[in-house]
Design a protein around this ligand. Structure first.
Ligand code: 1CP
Length: 344
């Protein structure tokens, strides 16, 4: 029987010996692939995310094309919010947009809890994917409470997160209650995916690097911890990721993860030191370097693999998602190079 729990990715997350450094890319499914653009041409994003035929096909596309060591479930961090009944849409060229931003207690009261009955299609899509993927692990994911709250409070993507921070400090009780609700939604979404067969889960706190350490610890960490600890009984390795989180790496790792995501601003060597050598690391090629000539790109990939071999465990990835204009041929070459130079 093909067993994804014995894959290079899961082994690296568990700090076990691996045959080669496992590699996958955040946003590996998506606009960099012509086959994705063709499938999505007529279908709105959130509708695509709830259609098992499309979810399975789009999730498989980068696995077939690039030979990556994992699939990431094709969905979005706002899918569980929409499933629970929040009026949110994904607007092409913008991202998630919320019809009625959450600013008051009455707004919060309109956000329902998520139950597995809201998302039978997610279970169906994960089951189909696990059957099709065989020994290749599927990564399930959810957005972390802070990043979800930022979209809900701001009403859409935000540069400075000013309304979010104003609520955090102006009405801490409302903030904590909002984050607790979002933690319930994220946890339910992760549990549904893991119970249907996902081998790994990743909690995306993409924008939490906008906070200092003290605010993170007092206003965010308890809620992210509730999500990560809430899946502990399922035994799947947990990856905790954010952007610009150099100052937060140790507390994000300690929040209940096996793997800490590292963006390109901090070297893997420094990330290992900052997390006490106790965690596997994931990262950290600058996605913009995929646009550079092959020679300096190759050199950087080799450096990252070398640093990763010295870490307790390493999953090669970008520091953030694949940019839409990326040449997919370069991604395939990076996968081949990582496998070749890390073969042991
Ligand atoms: O029309 C399209 O193709 C929409 C573009 C798109 C795609 C392909 C969006 C809108 N989401 C997605 C898929 C998606 N979102 C995945 C798929 C799996 C994969 O990685 O291959 C994942 C993991 C996400 C998660 C997600 N959505 C995050 C966390 C990851 C990250 O990039 O930091 C965030 C912040 C979002 C919000 C979001 N959804 C879409 C966009 C353009 C954005 C960002 C908007 C902003 O800048 O705030």
């Amino acid at each position: 029987m093909p067993d994804p729990s014995d894959s290079a990715l899961v082994r690296a997350a568990r700090q076990q010996p691996v045959p080669h450094t496992p590699v996958w890319f955040m946003r590996q499914a998506g606009r960099s692939l012509p086959e994705y653009r063709a499938l999505r041409a007529e279908v709105p994003m959130l509708e695509a995310c709830r259609t098992p035929d499309l979810v399975t096909e789009i999730t498989m596309q980068p696995v077939r094309r690039h030979g990556v060591d994992a699939a990431i479930f094709f969905s979005d961090i706002v899918v569980p919010l929409a499933a629970a009944g929040v009026d949110v849409d994904i607007v092409p060229g913008t991202g998630p947009v919320v019809a009625r931003p959450v600013r008051t207690r009455a707004d919060l009261d309109r956000i329902p809890e998520l139950t597995p009955e809201h998302v039978p299609d997610i279970t169906e899509s994960v089951r189909r994917l696990v059957a099709e993927l065989g020994a290749t692990p599927l990564i399930g994911f959810a957005g972390a409470p802070f990043t979800l709250a930022s979209y809900l409070v701001e009403g859409g993507p935000s540069r400075n997160h000013e309304r979010t921070k104003a609520m955090m400090h102006g009405d801490p009780q409302l903030w904590h209650d909002l984050c607790a609700r979002l933690a319930q939604i994220a946890l339910t979404f992760l549990r549904v995916q893991a119970q249907a067969g996902a081998s790994v889960v990743q909690l995306f706190d993409s924008w939490v690097g906008h906070l200092g350490r003290a605010d993170y610890l007092s206003h965010v960490e308890p809620h992210s911890r509730a999500v990560l600890e809430g899946v502990a009984d399922l035994g799947v390795p947990r990856i905790h990721f954010g952007v610009g989180t150099g100052e937060l790496l140790s507390v994000m790792a300690d929040a209940g993860a096996e793997v800490v995501g590292v963006d390109y601003r901090v070297s893997l060597t420094d990330a290992v030191a900052r997390t006490g050598g106790r965690y596997a690391v994931q990262g950290n090629l600058d996605p913009a370097l995929l646009f550079a000539p092959w020679e300096p790109l190759e050199q950087r990939v080799r450096e990252i693999v070398r640093e990763g071999v010295a870490a307790p465990g390493h999953i090669f990835n970008l520091g953030h998602g694949v940019l839409p204009a990326t040449d997919p041929g370069v991604l395939t070459r990076v996968v081949e190079l990582v496998h070749e130079v890390s073969a042991r």
